[in-house]
Ligand binder design. Structure first.
Ligand code: AMP
Ligand code: ZN
Length: 506
């Protein structure tokens, strides 16, 4: 697999620090308002990268923060006459609702800046001790000129930056040794949330948060650090400076950045006022349509938002969903391969697959397992199955090429076309089911739900909960999460209580 690394400006072979494990950090939102669909782009594309890495067998430790102390949060709190904490908690909860709707899986850990202040104070102290930072009247600055590699991520020339950034100096910052020095800790102003520190009662700068949370939850060296391309400079450049100077090790191996979601070729942003919240879009479109729209472009290509493109996404997604429900209909109306036309009692397709493959339900089997198991398919049907399998290879090749979801979706469409023209009720249930599972499975890797919502019987829900508990016990968290997602998609919420897991229908 190859990924594009902003650090080297080229695609590189993906090799993890530890075999089979990925440590991944994605910069999360500042929570002072409902998120807009521009903010949803990194959430969706990096959630998809995570799902694909898991599909390839990696165990992914995925950390994404909430920035819950910031000027904008404080301003909003003052505007409403409530505490900053009330604002951030409200919008974290709202953000989580949007993520759930968009089928963005919760991170392994979602740290919040305000709960990690001790770690930030410790890292700032280390930087001061190592002479990489200095305190001027309670404000602590990072001494950028001391870090020789500063600028390596954004590929900026330091002298140009230095002369250009003099004009960026804000009042009160003229005490800096160098215009490129940035704030690690700042003293509080009246009415602001603050924490005591060796330098002043105050609060951390934004950049130090991510260095600290990444170190605490993933370690000093990580595999992937990601976010929108506006974060390359200065945020990620500064994170590298802080982490590498503090830890004396390279910070992240691969730096991944998504391009902007634009409107009329301009970045969608709160400050320009040209944004739609996820909530607004979900009033008009199913959340799956928004997810599909985001994945229809490569994550490093700018994507222009328009009603026409959303309608096109809706139609395209419906074509896949219709193909899947046609196949479900065909499964109901076809015979099993061995019993076709024999008048014998027919085993259900999934029962049959299970019988041949260690009692694992059909839905858990990959197409490869199915082809290998061959479970009684006739030679021509096996050929059709092998033909369908070729699209899985195409899909994987696209995703192996820097998570090219646009080409991966194209492979799904080819498979849909193939299914539509090669399958009919004359085929065996097993074959139809296998091809159906192939489409549903590939879409699932992209986090797209294309199955018709089915009603689950109470007993089925309980069986899945038991399976989920067993998976958790066996530390198979991917399977446990998959079951939770599957239940969530059917409107079933799980509640972990002292008496065990309870569930309710939405
Ligand atoms: P913020 O809350 O502004 O820090 O943004 C949270 C995340 O959303 C960051 O990774 C940003 O780079 C990303 N982001 C913000 N606006 C856009 C946009 N219009 N298109 C793509 N990503 C964006
Ligand atoms: Zn960050």
């Amino acid at each position: 697999m190859r990924v594009y690394n902003t650090l080297s400006k080229r695609k590189e072979e993906f090799v993890t620090l530890e075999p089979g494990k990925v440590k991944m950090y994605v910069c999360g939102p500042t929570v002072y308002n409902l998120i807009h669909i521009g903010n949803a782009r990194p959430m969706i594309v990096f959630d998809t990268a995570r799902r694909y890495l898991e599909h390839k067998g990696y165990e992914v430790n995925y950390v994404s923060n909430f920035t819950d102390v910031d000027d904008k949060i404080i301003a909003k709190a003052n505007e409403e006459g409530v505490s900053s904490q009330e604002i951030s908690e409200r919008y974290i909860a709202e953000c989580q609702k949007d993520m759930e709707a968009l089928n963005v899986r919760p991170a392994t850990t979602h740290p919040r800046a305000t709960q990690e202040i001790d770690g930030m104070i410790a890292m700032i102290q280390t930087l001061i001790d190592k002479d990489y930072a200095y305190d001027v009247d309670g404000t602590v600055y990072f001494r950028t000129r001391k870090f020789k590699e500063y600028g390596k991520l954004s590929h900026k020339n330091l002298d140009d930056l230095r002369s250009g950034s003099r004009s960026l100096l804000v009042t009160g910052e003229d005490q800096k040794e160098d215009p490129l020095d940035f704030v690690l800790w700042k003293p509080k102003k009246e009415g602001e949330p603050s924490w005591s520190s060796p330098w002043s009662d105050g609060r951390p700068g934004w950049h130090i948060e991510c260095s600290v949370m990444s170190k605490k939850y993933l370690g000093e060296e990580i595999d992937i650090h990601a976010g929108g391309e506006d974060l390359i400079f200065p945020h990620h450049e500064n994170e590298i400076a802080q982490s590498e100077c503090c830890n004396g090790k390279p910070f992240a191996k691969y730096w991944l950045h998504n391009a902007f979601l634009n409107i009329d070729n301009r970045k969608m942003s709160k400050s320009l006022g040209n944004f739609f919240t996820v909530r607004e879009i979900l009033e008009k479109y199913d959340a799956q349509v928004l997810r599909f729209f985001m994945l229809s472009a490569h994550y490093r290509s700018p994507l222009n938002f328009s009603a026409d493109l959303m309608d096109a996404a809706k139609n395209a997604l419906e074509r896949i969903q219709n193909a899947v429900s046609n196949l479900s209909y065909l499964v109901e109306n076809s015979s099993t391969s061995e019993n076709a036309g024999s008048g014998m009692e027919k085993a259900s397709a999934s029962e049959k697959v299970a019988a041949k493959t260690d009692n694992i339900p059909a839905s858990d089997k990959t197409i490869s397992d199915m082809a290998d198991a061959n479970y009684g398919l006739t030679a021509p049907e096996q050929k059709i199955l092998v033909g369908a399998k070729a699209f899985e290879t195409k899909f994987d090749e696209a995703m192996d090429d820097d998570f090219n979801t646009a080409d991966a979706i194209a492979a799904v469409f080819e498979l849909v076309k193939y299914a539509n023209s090669n399958l009919s009720a004359d085929n065996s249930k097993e074959l139809i089911l296998a091809v159906r599972e192939e489409i549903v499975g590939l879409c699932g890797i992209l986090g797209l739900i294309v199955e018709e919502k089915e009603e689950l019987l109470d007993a089925d829900v309980e069986a899945l909960i038991v399976e989920r508990q067993a998976a958790r016990k066996a530390r198979n968290f991917a399977r446990a999460d998959e079951i939770r997602d599957q239940l969530a998609a059917l409107g079933i919420t799980l509640l972990d209580t002292r008496e065990g897991v309870k569930w309710k229908r939405a």
